[in-house]
Design a protein around this ligand. Structure first.
Ligand code: PEP
Length: 264
């Protein structure tokens, strides 16, 4: 059947629980569900109990994600959240390796490897973000950086878990305020490389892992990424933080996907 189309947003350190609930309710009421297409929202931890409780009772089937997770089962890790805590909140997805976690909070690839092992053991889907910095791009080591991140982050993960993995290519220079979107010409070769690395790690199962793009995506440029044959969806930041913005970007992303399908 081919890889699913996956689209959603990470709220970062924005939204109170009440704001997340309002957003989620409106989005769930308005979003159109399509076969083989999956939407997700990743609110702050403090919104997860309320949002996942509503999600349990509606038909929109939007996945609810957490923005991070610690690798240890429990213990003296002030400020951290374990897999067991997230399990109790009915979370569908854990985002790991976001550029802000790597850059601002010094999360290393060996740390991420421990987190991925724990997350898969706990039965979560993992949305793993990878991408090179502006310096790495300048020195033309984007491919080496992304390969290294994937190989370390996914070290020792059995191929059986590949069906629970989604990879987002998010060049660090393209995300957040001050970022500039990558061009589709920047993205396609890296998406192909990601696919090759995943196939090297997991065999044929690696080719079925959805690869998303993220970085300054908006309704105007979304289709330019989703029309690419190796891009299976988007990880959106700012443009997805209003329901209008989420839906407009989603519709544009679907239009790109439809165009790609019509081209065969
Ligand atoms: C992000 O930070 O993951 C991201 C994609 O942000 P934005 O869309 O705001 O660039």
């Amino acid at each position: 059947m081919g890889r699913p189309f996956i689209f959603g947003t990470n709220f970062k350190m924005n939204q109170t629980p009440a704001e997340s609930v309002t957003f989620y309710r409106e989005l769930a009421a308005r979003v159109t569900t399509r076969p083989h297409t999956q939407c997700y929202v990743i609110p702050p931890y403090t919104s997860l109990p309320a949002v996942s409780e509503i999600a349990r009772d509606d038909d929109s089937q939007i996945w609810i994600g957490a923005q991070n997770m610690h690798w240890a089962p429990e213990g003296a890790y002030t400020g951290e959240i374990s897999a067991r805590i997230l399990k109790a909140l009915d979370v569908d997805l854990v985002l790991l390796g976001h550029a802000e976690r790597r850059g601002l909070f010094y999360e290393t690839d060996p740390d991420l490897n421990r987190k991925l092992l724990t997350a898969f053991d706990a039965g979560f889907r993992v949305l793993l973000a990878v991408g090179e910095t502006a310096d790495e791009r300048h020195y033309r080591v984007s491919a080496e950086t992304v390969s290294r991140q994937l190989k370390i982050d996914l070290h020792g993960i059995p191929a059986a878990h590949a069906s629970h993995l989604i990879v987002a290519y998010e060049p660090v220079w393209s995300i957040g305020a001050g970022g500039t979107p990558a061009s589709p010409g920047d993205v396609e070769p890296v998406a192909m490389l990601i696919r090759d690395v995943l196939a090297g790690l997991f065999g044929p199962a690696g080719r079925d892992v959805p690869v998303l793009y993220g970085g300054s995506v908006n309704p105007e440029n979304a289709a330019a990424f989703t029309v690419l044959p190796d891009i299976d969806g988007l990880l959106v930041g700012r443009a997805g933080w209003t329901v209008e913005g989420f839906l407009a970007t989603y519709e544009a992303a679907l239009a790109g996907r439809d165009l790609a399908a019509s081209r065969g």
